[in-house]
Design a protein around this ligand. Structure first.
Ligand code: SAH
Ligand code: ZN
Ligand code: ZN
Ligand code: ZN
Ligand code: ZN
Length: 496
């Protein structure tokens, strides 16, 4: 069967967010996402459902054409498979187990490294041929150190914050008065909050971890962890988790909540933005009437080259200059020069002037921009911004009338700035126009009518309305292919 791959770079693959109409079929990771291949020439391909969480068919092989008639037998087989992939314990069993573990003597506590689970005394025997170790109370409080990070880039991509970054996040949030943190895919932050509370030196904070990595459930009580998929806003424990979330999002007297999310970087921006919007909506509904119009404060941690895409989906966010770095990611380490600088930034709807970036790490306040920036990010009087995105000093090109990367030179034939060894004569990328296929112009400049664009601009068109992204205030050009994001990422990695 010639099935399209949602990750194939040669096509534009667009995600069509659920609009409350048809319900998507489920894979072991909850409701699947509906994809549509957009080919050169602008005509739209057949739509298909694929896994929301795994970007590699090897990890989740679910595939279904939107118009497929699925036989009863196949539905049953699918349901059986989904069942078999459920975490082994029910919510209730889990709570019981957590309590039991809590009551054990220190020398009775063990962790099986092969199975990545905490063992009750009765289970030691069954794991005797495995590598297991005793665990101290201190280790129990640091699950992100005890558990082996899942490094599959196309699904979990667990990259853990360095102490520097984790403390920066937490100190900044505390300074802003937040005392409830919704940790979405940030297990290490959650852990740091617990440790900080134990120190007893600060105002206590509450946290709730939402993560797809079920191993974390062993370390937390029912109201500290929910098994969650952030690409389809799916809670694996259904009602029970929803109750936990609702209780957490309700700000009682003096409570001030913020969400911090650090999704896998290979993930699609649009479904993530949609999930965060849904979380924000739930939060808003639960607040007393006075703050009715507000958005839930959030920090979304993601590489800088996704800025345009993220702002398209969530225009209320701004990108901060702060470089987030990771313990187990060789490329994303902090450094003052060259390639060592992490490309990962914080996107937030908290006012940037209120988030103080550390002076001793080379940040300063720009009084014109009213935000903290890297010292090398010099304010440009012509553009009236501190223009650098990648941490290097950018320079102004008077022909392009904007600031560009230091390694770029203005190219007269191309009419723009580019790397000195760029394929000259071809404008951005080599694909030319995505609408009509011409290599002479980009889709933006295309005069051939763009079927998609006109359709999604017509609010009443029935077929079109399905196509409109759920990102608020989305501009028409938002119908960009997800492949573009990946290409952008690759480009950013190469373009020096
Ligand atoms: N820097 C963070 C970890 C980020 S790694 C920290 O130190 O705390 C990405 C995290 O997102 C991992 O914890 C991973 O398990 C989780 N994750 C990956 N895919 C997910 C999904 N589809 N839904 C929810 N969480 C996911
Ligand atoms: Zn799946
Ligand atoms: Zn074992
Ligand atoms: Zn400035
Ligand atoms: Zn130029």
């Amino acid at each position: 069967m010639d099935v399209p791959d949602a990750n194939d770079d040669s096509f534009g693959i667009e995600v069509i967010l659920p609009d409350g109409g048809k319900t998507a079929p489920c894979c072991p990771h909850g409701p699947t996402l509906l994809f549509e291949k957009v080919s050169k020439g602008g005509e739209k391909g057949r739509r298909f459902y694929a896994c929301s969480a795994c970007r590699d068919r090897k990890d989740c092989h679910f595939f279904q054409w939107e118009d497929d008639k699925v036989s009863e037998a196949r539905l049953l087989a699918r349901e059986a498979e989904n069942q078999s992939k459920r975490p082994p314990l029910t919510q209730q069993e889990r709570v019981k187990r957590f309590k039991k573990l809590g009551s054990l003597r220190l020398d009775e506590k063990k962790f099986c490294q092969d199975c990545q689970m905490l063992l009750l005394p009765a289970e030691h025997e069954a794991h005797s041929s495995h590598r297991s170790v005793g665990v101290s109370s201190a280790q129990l409080r640091r699950p992100s150190v005890l558990l082996r990070p899942l490094l599959n880039k196309k699904s979990n991509a667990q990259y853990l914050f360095t102490d520097r970054s984790a403390h920066f996040l937490l100190d900044s949030l505390a300074a802003l008065g937040y005392n409830k943190v919704l940790c979405v895919g940030t297990p290490r932050l959650q852990e740091l909050i617990t440790l900080r509370n134990l120190e007893g030196k600060h105002e206590p904070m509450k946290s709730l971890l939402l993560d797809i990595d079920f191993r974390y459930a062993q370390f937390y009580s029912q109201d500290e962890f929910c098994h969650y998929n952030m690409f389809n806003h799916h809670f694996f424990d259904g009602k029970a988790s929803n109750a936990v979330l609702q209780a957490f999002l309700t700000e009682s007297e003096g409570g001030k909540l913020v969400m911090v999310a650090d999704p896998p970087f290979g993930g699609l921006v649009k479904p993530l933005a949609n999930s965060f919007s849904l979380l924000s909506q739930t939060w808003r509904k639960l607040q007393s009437s006075d703050g009715s119009g507000a958005d839930m404060p959030m920090m979304w941690i993601f590489p800088y080259f996704f800025e345009p895409r993220i702002l398209e989906c969530l225009p209320s966010l701004t990108m901060l200059d702060y470089q987030v770095d990771y313990d187990n990611h060789p490329l994303y380490k902090h450094g003052k020069t060259g390639r060592k600088q992490s490309p990962v930034r914080i996107f937030t709807n908290i006012s940037p002037k209120d988030i103080v970036l550390p002076k001793d790490e080379g940040y300063r306040f720009c009084s014109v921009c009213q935000r903290f920036v890297l010292s090398l990010n010099k304010h440009c009087a012509k553009c009236n911004v501190c223009p650098s995105k990648d941490g290097r000093e950018w320079k102004h090109c008077s022909t392009c009338e904007k600031c560009v990367k230091p390694s770029w030179r203005h190219c007269a034939p191309c009419g723009r700035c580019a790397l000195p060894d760029h394929p000259c004569g071809l404008s951005e990328g080599t694909e030319g126009c995505f609408n009509c296929g011409s290599l002479k112009h980009k889709r933006k400049a295309c005069s051939v009518q763009d079927s998609q664009r006109t359709r999604s601009n017509r609010p009443n068109a029935k077929s079109g309305s399905k196509n409109v992204s759920h990102c608020p205030n989305q501009k028409p050009k938002a119908k960009r292919k997800s492949g573009a994001a990946r290409r952008a990422r690759k480009l950013a990695a190469q373009s020096e």
